[in-house]
Design a protein around this ligand. Structure first.
Ligand code: IMP
Ligand code: MG
Length: 178
């Protein structure tokens, strides 16, 4: 038996949302260079699709942080696994996230990156689960708000699996025999 996954957001709906976000961001950053920070690994797919549709000049860096173990609950502790390659001083920076859940990860990242003197620092997330928030954060661009369900696909994983699904789905039933 395999895990049972149902579709929550189709590939077409994701594509439409990414286009809308890209159009808005391109408009807001007209005349500027935008430095995107992809938060690995969850945000890889979203960052690529968003970047492809931006019409302003873009550069991309990556960083990897961890607030979860192998399970689905945030520990509240955030750890840097891979830092950025380049300085963000005096640059117009945008953190690109897959999903905001408790808000712990982004609160930590905003504090850390804000102290490195970017010219501006904004936040874009594809998904947000407002019911789960434990710390308040100001998000500049949100693709979609979703209910309190654990989702996978389009970069999001469950125990490192399902990142490659082209849609966003909910695990309805776990295969307990595997
Ligand atoms: P937060 O620190 O609780 O806001 O969690 C942020 C990170 O947890 C996200 O960047 C994801 O990597 C992961 N995460 C939160 N909710 C989900 C989910 O529903 N599916 C997969 N990963 C999730
Ligand atoms: Mg993430």
């Amino acid at each position: 038996m395999a895990d049972k996954i149902s579709v929550m957001i189709t590939e077409e709906q994701i594509d439409e949302k990414v286009r809308e976000l890209a159009a808005q961001i391109s408009n807001d950053y007209e005349g500027k260079n935008l430095h995107l920070l992809c938060v690995l690994k969850g945000s890889m797919f979203f960052t690529c699709e968003l970047a492809k549709r931006l019409t302003v000049p873009v550069t991309i860096d990556t960083m990897s942080v961890s607030s979860y173990g192998a399970g689905t609950e945030s520990s509240g502790r955030v750890r840097i696994i891979k830092d950025l390659d380049e300085s963000i001083e005096d640059r117009d920076v945008m953190i690109v996230e897959d999903i905001i859940d408790s808000g712990f990860t982004l609160t930590y990242l905003l504090g850390l990156l804000g102290s490195r003197n970017p010219r501006s620092l904004k936040l874009c997330t594809l998904l947000s689960k407002p019911e789960r928030r434990q710390v308040e954060i100001d998000v500049d661009y949100i693709g979609m708000e979703i209910p309190d369900k654990f989702v996978v696909g389009f970069g999001l994983d469950y125990a490192q699996k399902y990142r490659n699904l082209p849609y966003i789905g909910v695990i309805e039933e776990l295969d307990t025999e595997a």
